[in-house]
Design a binder for this molecule. Structure first.
Ligand code: G3P
Ligand code: CA
Length: 258
């Protein structure tokens, strides 16, 4: 039987989490990027999702479509900044989310969260970051999907995490945050029911890792692409790092924890 997300969280070696897939090798948050990350054998594949106008969770980071799709070409008369929430799933299916990255990925489509769970969860654990959308919508996707056992759910919105924890107490949650990690923030993050604190690289101090552990929580950090910084955080006991260069970080981990 495949390892569950909860079992992976309990392992002692530091985890390597591929930010938006192997996002330096393929367009972020697309199936090609996720499949490349699974081929590296990362511990978790991270993704973001936003809800479409008709309430379907779509795997996508930004609030607007302009940066990494051809939405402007498809809908030239739209006002500047085309919100993903202003388009239906059917409309979003028309978009090319790969050409901005390279011609090799021309016409790569956006995927729904359900599609990514179906394809990737059997191959890798998932770190699902909710950007927008309700608890009900997320649980509808996870119901009867292997991803229900193979995922952690992350959010900056701690009210969302609190509601999700009340609905599904056994689902592992990651409370994301940024800025100085004060005792007040740490207590509020823990109060959501999260078992992992996922903090901003630029703000996380090595001493914070111990403060997180003292509360019986795991410490993750985003987004760490620098080898020296990764080594420093691992020495401090960091449990997981979210990175745009998962191949490099896996290699570094093999060197440090051989
Ligand atoms: O997973 C945490 C990290 O991804 C949060 O930042 O903006 O890349 O979603 P962002
Ligand atoms: Ca994210």
């Amino acid at each position: 039987m495949s390892i569950t997300a909860r079992e992976m969280l309990a392992t002692s070696r530091p985890l390597v989490i591929a930010h938006r897939g192997d996002s330096r090798q393929a367009p972020e948050n697309t199936l090609p990027a996720f499949l490349k990350a699974t081929q590296l054998n990362v511990d978790f594949v991270e993704l973001d999702y936003q809800e479409s106008r008709d309430g379907v969770p779509i795997v996508f980071h930004d609030d607007t479509l302009d940066r990494i799709t051809n939405a402007r070409q498809v809908w030239p008369d739209s006002p500047p900044e085309i919100a993903i929430a202003s388009r239906s799933l059917c409309e979003l299916r028309q978009l090319d989310a790969g050409s901005w990255f390279s011609t090799e990925f021309r016409e790569t489509p956006l995927s729904t969260l359900a599609e990514v769970c179906d394809v990737i969860a059997p191959r890798s654990l998932l770190a699902i970051e909710r950007k927008t959308g309700s608890v009900r919508t997320l649980l509808a996707v996870l119901a009867e999907n292997v991803a229900a056992q193979r995922s952690v759910v992350m959010a900056f919105d701690w009210q969302f995490l609190t509601e999700l924890h009340a609905a599904r107490p056994l689902l592992p949650l990651v409370a994301l945050g940024e800025g100085p990690l004060t005792d007040e923030k740490l207590a509020a993050a823990q109060a959501t029911g999260a078992c992992v604190i996922g903090w901003q690289n630029e703000a996380l101090l090595c001493d914070d890792v111990g403060r997180i552990h003292t509360r019986g929580l795991k410490a993750w950090c985003w987004t760490v692409d620098n080898r020296d910084r990764a080594a420093e955080l691992w020495s401090a006991g960091l449990d997981g790092l979210i990175t745009n260069v998962p191949g490099e970080m896996l290699k570094l981990r093999r060197e440090q924890f051989a």
